[in-house]
Design a protein around this ligand. Sequence first.
Ligand code: NZQ
Ligand code: ZN
Length: 387
Amino acid sequence: MKNFNFHTPTKILFGKNKVVELGPEIKQYGSRVLLVYGGGSVKKIGLYDQVIEQLQRYNLHYVELSGVQPNPRLTSVKEGIRLCREHHLDFILPIGGGSVIDASKAIAAGVNYQGDPWDFMMRKAKVDNPLPIGTILTLAATGSEMNGNAVITNEETQEKRGMGSDLLRPKFSILDPVYTYSVNRYHTAAGTVDMMSHIFENYFAPSDGTFVQDAIAEAILKTCIKYGPIALEEPENYEARANLLWAGSLALNGLTVTGKLMGDWATHGIEHEVSAIYDLTHGAGLAIIHPVWMKYVLSEKTAPKFAQMARNVWNIEDPDDQSAAEKGIDSVRRFFSSLGMPATLSEVNIPDDHFEAMGEKACVFGPIGSFKKLMAKDVVAILKNAL
Ligand code: NZQ
Ligand code: ZN
């Protein structure tokens, strides 16, 4: 196990009706709020009204930025920055899924930065002195509510890229499972795949003696396998929604990568190229790519780790590493399909037209992946295998 510092400063307020604690939490950091939300789900579920009531009760001034789209766009980020500057806002409150939270983080980073906010995504600028943010999450998936990452799409260049800084970790996040009852089957499934994919990215990575981290990762995978299907059949099952919600936060708050040099993250890199051009739901893209990536990188060297997952997560008893690994990967594919997620790019009408460009863009900062290093040609091969 490598040395590490582990610091996850986000305060989690978890459970029914935790929204009543919103006002005092915000007041610790600011009094002029940018309220950010998406296409209206927060109004349908009554969360918007509850938030406004809290803001008014605590005399918090607010300005709204609505209409943030899934795969959030740079234009929303720029508009948010403009509003913050114009109204001298000092706190950002996203209410919604990962897209709303990610847009808010990029806004928070951009307000006190004089250049183009896309610079953060292109590694030309470092986050310094961002506005504080606190979140109310309504969809179990990305882990954005407890990490410092944001993924933004530049619609002009058809690029989707991430940025990250510990300074962007939310000060607090309110996680009320009841708000996730209304998430439809498709996004519930995509969110479950996303969390599992985050676990895979850090699990299939070079590591030595990280038994406890891997055991936590396996437990989170089992949580998704147990409760994902229940949430699909019984959307208002509190136990299922609560377990998925907390699993999503734990899957990507840094916990499972502690003691390792780095995660792999090639699959996410490849998926981001797909959703940048085709605006595909992130989790659906991962459901297609992740099992294909697994098969592509499976070798004598990597088989033992895949076999470990097969045995500990999917209860496969095969003593041979290679065949246990293959069965484990098939189990992942079958599980994603059982959730109703696509298995091929053709199923979601994505042709091979842009594969070469996607390979180049995925590797724009160099080869990707730590479990197995991938060049642009490997990315193209994986995309072809996914057709
Ligand atoms: O826009 P509204 O009306 O709110 O509808 C949303 C949206 O259409 C809807 N939704 C959210 N909560 C709901 C609900 N519908 C009914 N009831 C509710 N309670 O769900 C749709 C999808 O929302 P979105 O926020 O896009 O989903 P998700 O949370 O999966 O976020 C996906 C984005 O996060 C990025 C992805 O690439 C993608 O852009 N990621 C962010 C990461 C991070 N910050 O750490 C890591 C991830 O790997 C990922 O890349
Ligand atoms: Zn993801």
